[in-house]
Design a protein around this ligand. Sequence first.
Ligand SMILES: Nc1ncnc2c1ncn2[C@@H]1O[C@H](COP(=O)(O)OP(=O)(O)OP(=O)(O)O)[C@@H](O)[C@H]1O
Length: 211
Amino acid sequence: MTDRQAFEKIILRAAGLSGQRGDNILFAGLDFEVPGGAALALRGPNGAGKTTLLLTLAGLITPAAGTIEFDGPDSEGPPILHFCGHHNAIKQRLSVFENLEFWAALNGGTGNSVPAALDRVGLGAIASVDAGHLSAGQGKRLALARLLVSHRPVWLLDEPMAALDSAGDQLIGVLLDEHLAAGGVVIAATHDDLPLGDTARGRVLRLGAAS
Ligand SMILES: Nc1ncnc2c1ncn2[C@@H]1O[C@H](COP(=O)(O)OP(=O)(O)OP(=O)(O)O)[C@@H](O)[C@H]1O
């Protein structure tokens, strides 16, 4: 978000959380809290269960055990989280602009306008291009623009820096800092350090063997 809208107080709490894929328990007995203004980086080798944990926190996979609570927001209120997976959820035959317009309509245009969000992620000049022609990094930028058009306090990001150039890494750093400053929560699966300006806002949770 870019306009410093403050989110209401929120704390994500996981207790005794276990996750399973097929017959394999990938993580077990995880206890952690992430309050608004803080980021948690999920680290670990390929296959450790980082994406599985994000999907579990997003409510898309049922935990094998344990609980997840979002303390603060009204459970009857608007959706509180964005999940950005590695596939970017881009419709190839729509333009860049139309893709983002679709997401604004679906998720609620509660944040930046579509043109402003595209400018912010550096795609304003190619708004009319078919999204199927985007490079990998441009596709990731378009996925990030979704975070900006709909304000939601919890960002669950799967490898947000993947395919980005150094300017893109800097952009992510600024977007994360702004979101945290507004009281948002960030949980990101990543093989690299999150580019946070204030590293005190970030903690690391390691899954599987040390990365
Ligand atoms: N639908 C599924 N059924 C069975 N096993 C699965 C399924 N999806 C993922 N897995 C397995 O679960 C394990 C964890 O996968 P996950 O994608 O969570 O790991 P990750 O830590 O995000 O890995 P990476 O760093 O490679 O992205 C892997 O061994 C994967 O093969």
